[in-house]
Design a protein around this ligand. Structure first.
Ligand SMILES: CC(C)(COP(=O)(O)OP(=O)(O)OC[C@H]1O[C@@H](n2cnc3c(N)ncnc32)[C@H](O)[C@@H]1OP(=O)(O)O)[C@@H](O)C(=O)NCCC(=O)NCCS
Length: 164
């Protein structure tokens, strides 16, 4: 398995293997933020196909609660391993490690990520990796359904931080 920053030509492959209807979190939007210098969109590749993603947002979490409590802390956003059959094999841990390495190279002393209240397995993984709960917040995002209708989501989350 290798992890590399997303390239323009990867977008079509990502859309084919891991389609996303999220307005802010689709692959093209994440790549555009990388192009703007606001993030690094990490893709793990196994046997020539993408098997997940993680966007390191250097601009931090968008929620105002988090920005106030953790100013300047970057965020690992959209962490996912796909397909499900490849989970619990260390790919998620490798993505988090790669994000932390990039932050250290930039001289950044902390990394953060949000976990939903209903995701105890992910929370257990992050605790094992050294992430500690800091502030509760509401993660607001939107997606389009099959008919192109926009739906708003609001998930209660906790922002976890690790000193690097
Ligand atoms: C969370 C996630 C990225 C972890 O990736 P991974 O490659 O399975 O992680 P690792 O193999 O490095 O570590 C596995 C550990 O993650 C935890 N975990 C969290 N969610 C899990 C899931 N849906 N399936 C399996 N393990 C999960 C478990 O504690 C597991 O420990 P175990 O292997 O001892 O059972 C991945 O499970 C996933 O994509 N889940 C769905 C999307 C999601 O919840 N993203 C996180 C948003 S905060």
């Amino acid at each position: 398995m290798e992890i590399a920053a997303c390239r323009a030509e990867d977008i079509e492959v990502l859309d084919r293997f891991m389609p996303s209807r999220s307005l802010d979190g689709n692959h093209a939007a994440r790549f555009a933020r990388q192009e703007a210098g606001d993030s690094t969109y990490l893709i793990p590749w196994l046997d020539g196909r993408p098997v997940g993603h993680a966007e390191v947002r250097w601009t931090g979490c968008e929620a105002s609660e988090v920005r106030t409590a953790q100013p300047g802390c970057p965020e690992i956003n959209g962490l996912c391993v796909w397909p499900e059959s490849l989970r619990s094999q260390g790919i998620g841990t490798a993505l988090v490690s790669a994000a932390e390495r990039l932050a250290r190279e930039r001289g950044i002393g902390s990394m953060g990520l949000g976990v939903g209240d209903g995701n105890p397995r992910a929370a257990a993984l992050y605790a094992r990796l050294g992430y500690l709960p800091t502030v509760a917040y509401v993660d607001r995002w939107a997606h389009l359904d099959d008919h192109g209708v926009r739906h708003e989501q609001a998930d209660t989350c906790v922002f976890l931080v690790k000193a690097l």
